[in-house]
Design a protein around this ligand. Structure first.
Ligand SMILES: NC(=O)c1ccc[n+]([C@@H]2O[C@H](COP(=O)([O-])OP(=O)(O)OC[C@H]3O[C@@H](n4cnc5c(N)ncnc54)[C@H](O)[C@@H]3O)[C@@H](O)[C@H]2O)c1
Ligand SMILES: O=P(O)(O)OC[C@@H](O)[C@@H](O)[C@H](O)[C@H](O)CO
Length: 483
């Protein structure tokens, strides 16, 4: 028996006021949970129409379940064990733009539409100059969005009260500003009239936002147990931790328009989210991204096991407290407190956060989440941080795509994977090739936005670590390093 509105009779029908790009785990466990709570406890009365940004995805499953799914929140909150689950019913329908483009465009014609929420990973908010207004659909998320907004602008003759409030959740700096800038760039590329650009600018509000909740996603291994507990089948069960924080940088009126504070949620509307963002991205995400290649090649599969392992755990703690925190400007006590909470969250006994799931697009994540700590450490101390540099070497080894003779299912940009494939193919155990691999990867300015070979000593240090990793394996090298 599959979860749907026939078996879940409590499900309500809400008017669609929110369009959401992305049907992934995070948005369902965080943004839609927030909306669901506001609907149920503050009469927010808003439904969410979900757009699948890529050709493949979960939209068919979502529609098969009438937009319903079960969310589990498991962890420790204020020292108490929390384990709760609920059916989220704010999603009205899902649309695949590749098969139902007209239905997609028609979303723009709804006068009640008020918000846009997105999470298309760090790879999503990009300018694609191949996109055209006539495409059905445009390849990129901003391309699709610009077409939708243009249709709205036309439908309502540029009416100023039909603009939207944008709250993107992608973990990139100034996500709202970047999205607006990309939409305007596409409007220029497509030669759309100036009035449209003015409408984008004046009738719409692009907020920047920062999200925080660990969402490992579909609890594959516990599904039999969960099915027994729920008494129905649900292909979209999603699991997250109770902790949540959503910092929205925007005008003060957004707080009333999106009244999550009224239902006691940790959703802040602020003038400047920079300190929150830097702290979270560098400490939490930075620790995740830097631990992945090290811990995975060490032979560990999950975050909790990594933190609890005596060697890898020590590596992670020293990385955070000795190499990341000293590069940040908030009071030390506050940073230490946040980092200790993060380590507790990583130890959440209920959650099996797979390192491989965090490894998605690790190259761009390393650039945004870890590289700034390396650069700032070097800037402040005049030397390179050893553990973060070791992690960079381990990352290059990780992209060889093999752990103990088994293939690693790498997921990243096709061009990056191709580059690694070519480089590692030419290696064939030749020591001098390692420096070539490192130099080539570090010089990829598309990834790093600079040539990392220019950082004094980095190429040699990474090559040296990579050479040791190749010869002895991460486990042996790390065990010696952490003695
Ligand atoms: N899972 C977490 O713990 C968590 C917590 C905070 C933030 N996030 C953020 O959420 C993002 C997604 O995480 P998730 O767990 O929902 O992953 P997911 O794999 O479940 O969902 C990914 C979503 O991004 C879309 N997408 C992927 N690449 C895209 C591209 N190039 N263009 C447009 N859309 C694209 C997919 O269609 C899908 O909707 C992460 O990259 C991260 O920025 C996740
Ligand atoms: O979700 P990603 O893939 O961008 O990054 C992996 C994790 O670092 C991330 O999901 C954190 O768990 C999250 O950002 C916590 O709020």
């Amino acid at each position: 028996m599959k979860l749907n509105k026939t078996i879940y009779k409590e499900a309500r029908n809400y008017p669609e006021k929110i369009v959401q790009f992305g049907e992934g785990n995070f948005l369902r466990a965080f943004a839609d949970w927030t909306i669901d709570k506001m609907n149920k406890e503050a009469n927010f009365n808003s439904g969410v129409v979900v757009i699948q940004p890529l050709q493949g995805g979960l939209i068919d499953k979502l529609n098969d379940q009438d937009g319903l799914y079960t969310l589990y929140l498991n962890g420790i909150k204020d020292g108490e064990v929390v384990s709760e689950h609920a059916v989220i019913d704010c999603v009205t329908r899902g649309i695949n733009t590749y098969t139902n483009y007209d239905e997609y465009l028609a979303v723009a014609e709804n006068p009640e539409l008020r918000f846009m929420i997105s999470n298309t990973t760090e790879a999503g908010i990009t300018y694609n100059e191949q996109d055209r207004l006539e495409d059905r659909p445009q390849a990129s998320f901003p391309g699709k969005l610009t077409a939708l907004l243009y249709h709205r602008f036309k439908t309502f003759n540029g009416s100023k009260d039909k603009g939207l409030v944008f709250i993107p959740c992608e973990l990139i700096e100034k996500n709202g500003e970047k999205l607006k800038e990309t939409v305007l760039k596409l409007a220029a590329l497509w030669n759309l009239e100036n009035d449209f650009k003015v409408w984008i600018d004046e009738a719409n509000t692009f907020c920047n936002s920062l999200v925080d909740r660990i969402v490992p996603g579909y609890p594959k291994e516990r599904m039999e147990e969960i099915r027994q507990e729920l008494g129905y089948d649900d292909d979209l069960v999603v699991e997250g931790e109770p902790f949540h924080l959503w910092v929205i940088e925007g005008p003060a009126w957004v707080k009333e328009a999106f009244p999550a504070h009224k239902v006691g949620l940790n959703v802040l509307v602020v003038d400047d989210m920079t300190p929150y963002r830097t702290r979270k991205v560098r400490i939490l995400n930075g620790a995740h991204t830097s631990m992945v290649p090290v811990a995975y090649l060490y032979g560990i599969d999950t975050v909790r096991e990594s933190v609890e392992d005596s060697v890898v755990g020590q590596f992670i703690k020293e990385t955070i407290f000795e190499e990341i925190i000293p590069t940040l400007d908030l009071p030390r006590e506050e940073l230490d407190g946040f980092a200790n909470d993060v380590l507790d969250r990583f130890r959440n006994p209920f959650i099996k956060h797979q390192l491989m799931s965090i490894s998605l697009n690790s190259m761009s994540k390393f650039e945004t989440r870890v590289l700034p700590s390396i650069l700032e450490y070097e800037n402040r101390k005049g030397e390179l941080p050893k553990k973060l540099t070791f992690s960079l070497a381990a990352l290059i080894a990780f992209y060889k795509g093999e752990r103990n003779g088994e293939k690693i299912a790498l997921t990243d940009d096709a061009a990056i994977l191709e580059q690694y494939k070519t480089l590692w193919k030419a290696y064939e155990g030749k020591e001098d090739q390692l420096k070539h691999i490192v130099t080539t990867i570090l010089s990829n300015e598309k990834i790093w936005k600079m040539d990392l070979n220019q950082i004094s000593g980095l190429t040699d240090m990474v090559t040296n670590y990579l050479s040791k990793i190749q010869e002895h394996g991460v486990k042996n090298v790390l065990q010696r390093m952490m003695k």
